[in-house]
Design a protein around this ligand. Structure first.
Ligand SMILES: Cc1cc2nc3c(=O)[nH]c(=O)nc-3n(C[C@H](O)[C@H](O)[C@H](O)COP(=O)(O)OP(=O)(O)OC[C@H]3O[C@@H](n4cnc5c(N)ncnc54)[C@H](O)[C@@H]3O)c2cc1C
Length: 583
């Protein structure tokens, strides 16, 4: 079974040296009392809980998985007890308002806890973290009566939630969905239709489950503009069963411990969340949180893979080093070091990225200056498809490297590394595939607002670069960061031109554009990491020297991908359809 040692050292580096998180939180009236000690304590406790209580359940979650019988779903062995403990320790209520029985802790704390849990069991996180996403949806979009009733239940963990959007004919194209809603005389709605792939929509962890369901009112326009969002509980207020049925669960490549449910709604009672025909807008807060959660899952899984690669590479003896006697630990071979460093660079970069965005969310919610709040929210909108699209794709590379480092032992089931690959694979698919994230980034978030959100990112990077001008030792990081940003500016101008000439013509390279933008953010974060590690490394700290070396590796070996991406973006557009015409 893979082991897990909570990465508290690197987490402390990210939170304190890189983000200066306690000082930033101290400027927000809501979180002025949140001390550095409290944040560190939360990370410590979450790491301990995840390593001791959740990690041992993960192999069983994979082997036994969820079991469906007669409409009921049994979660893997140990999940019920672990979930009860998770609730008793107050984890679901971390970010909930005090009035709802919550602890009103920063969004950043959810991020730390989510990372630890994701490292130990992706499947468990699917049940444990979704309430945070659902609560965001209700907080933004539901009326007071719904908020008052459901938010405390979500905070306590006594109810879990599910997101029911996908239907057989409506996946990425949610406008095709056909589940119907009919208004009753007393303000309720009756929901009828079939949903597929609904994670955690049936299980034995809690008696009640709150489904958030997208459906179409009779008078609604076609397409995504005609969708409304409904809250549909499994149990009604008097304890009776609503007419919601789980017809089965999927047999999947990985993530066996998470029930992926086929749901049937038969005139089920529901309540409107938000305005009629504004369902997507009402659901966006949940979708955005779920997309950020996918990035968090990618980080957690990558960390698990990295730790086990390092342990294995230190123990496994094969071959001779360039000079000296063998067999030596494989960590001494430069090709293995290359793979380990790429894992380290993707993983530690992801940690800086997701926790930075979490801190930005706290600023966007609580800063007392409205302009700062709005600008920060706009920046988060730009970064969300990058967290989802860039980090989840990088995790595939990281985990694949982990299998390679384990050799044949990585491919067989015994070491548990292949489970990470199977579990992580879905993170690039659900909550909007990488292709959908790329479209969202390019068409909506960048070109859609004339580059305003992108300018917010560029201004931050420029301001930071200006501060580094005098430090000669930073040139090795500053120059490639500046060049990558210039490349992104050129790519943006080029694709804007193409879109103006012909709408949709940039989409053949939108995923390249997403990766290019992801690299700019990574280069920004890794340059800052190098700046923070520089002095202690000079003073002899081996840990900081390792950080500096990883930063150098990122700039020398991974960032150059941006030049290849630009070459592909700038290449003459090809009529690809010609390749698929019948001979
Ligand atoms: C384990 C698991 C858990 C899930 N959990 C949930 C859940 O809790 N709730 C829920 O509602 N759904 C859930 N889903 C569904 C998931 O969100 C969808 O599978 C995903 O959105 C993709 O839809 P699809 O599978 O129909 O693929 P399709 O939409 O058919 O896409 C197939 C391919 O075509 C590409 N494509 C599609 N449209 C376009 C386009 N316009 N432009 C460019 N490329 C395009 C996609 O990128 C993809 O590569 C889950 C899925 C899985 C596997």
């Amino acid at each position: 079974m893979p082991s897990f040692d909570p990465p508290l050292r690197d987490l402390a580096f990210v939170l304190h040296d890189l983000l200066d998180a306690p000082a930033v939180l101290a400027t927000l009236a809501q979180h002025a009392e949140v001390s550095a000690e409290l944040i560190d304590q939360m990370a410590l406790e979450a790491g301990r809980f995840a390593a001791e209580k959740i990690l041992p359940l993960n192999p069983g979650a994979d082997k036994v998985g969820c079991l469906w019988h007669d409409g009921k779903v049994a979660t893997p062995p140990g999940f019920v007890q672990a979930y009860d403990e998770f609730c008793e320790l107050g984890w679901p209520s971390m970010c909930a308002d005090i009035a709802d029985g919550g602890q009103a802790l920063p969004r950043l704390v959810f991020s730390l806890v989510g990372e630890m849990l994701s490292s130990c069991s992706h499947a468990f996180v699917m049940y444990a973290a979704v309430n945070h996403c659902a609560a965001e949806c209700l907080r933004h979009s539901a009326n007071e009566a719904l908020r008052r009733h459901w938010l405390p239940l979500l905070a306590s963990g006594h109810v879990t939630s599910s997101m029911c959007m996908t239907e057989a004919q409506a996946g990425s194209d949610i406008g095709l969905l056909s589940t119907r809603a009919t208004a009753t005389d007393d303000g309720r709605f009756l929901i009828t239709g079939n949903k597929i792939f609904a994670s955690g929509a049936e299980h034995d962890l809690t008696p009640n489950i709150m489904h958030l369901v997208l459906a179409r009112l009779a008078s609604a326009p076609a397409g995504s503009r005609g969708l409304s969002l409904f809250l549909v509980p499994k149990l009604l207020e008097d304890g009776s069963r609503n007419t919601v049925h789980c017809d089965g669960i999927e047999h999947k490549m990985g993530l066996h411990g998470s029930a992926t449910c086929s749901m049937r709604f038969e005139q089920a009672q529901g309540w409107l969340v938000g305005e009629p025909n504004q369902g997507l807008r009402a659901m966006f807060p949940m979708m955005n949180e779920a997309r950020l959660l996918s990035g968090l899952q990618a980080l957690g899984l990558s960390e698990q893979a990295l730790q086990n690669s390092l342990n294995y590479a230190r123990e496994r003896r094969q071959g001779r080093p360039a000079s000296g006697q063998g067999p030596c630990p494989i960590i001494e071979h430069p090709d293995v070091q290359r793979m380990l460093l790429s894992q380290k660079a993707w993983t530690e970069g992801a940690r800086a990225f997701v926790h930075w965005v979490a801190l930005l969310l706290d600023i966007a919610q609580w800063h007392d200056d409205e302009v700062v709040r709005n600008d920060t929210a706009a920046l988060v909108e730009l970064l969300t498809p990058l967290v989802k699209g860039f980090l989840t794709e990088n995790a595939q590379q990281s985990i694949s490297a982990a299998i390679q480092i384990h050799g044949g032992h990585g491919y067989i089931a015994e070491t548990g590394i292949e489970q990470l690959a199977r579990d992580a694979r879905v993170t690039t698919i659900y909550e909007g595939t990488t292709g959908i994230q790329a479209q969202d980034l390019l068409l909506r978030k960048v070109l859609g607002d004339g580059g305003r959100r992108l300018a917010l990112l560029q201004e931050r990077i420029q301001a930071w670069l200006a501060l580094q001008a005098q430090d000669a030792h930073m040139h090795e990081f500053v120059r490639p960061l500046r060049a990558a940003m210039q490349t992104l500016t050129e790519a943006t101008a080029l694709l804007a031109q193409r879109e103006t000439a012909q709408a949709g013509s940039s989409l053949a390279v939108s995923t390249h554009y997403l990766r290019l933008a992801g690299h700019v953010v990574f280069a920004f974060l890794w340059a800052q990491a190098a700046a923070a590690a520089w002095k202690p490394a000079q003073q002899g700290s081996a840990w900081h020297n390792a950080k500096l070396t990883t930063a150098r590796f990122y700039f020398l070996q991974l960032l150059p991908e941006s030049s290849h991406l630009m070459a592909s973006i700038a290449a003459e557009p090809l009529n690809m359809e010609a390749a698929f015409e019948a001979a």
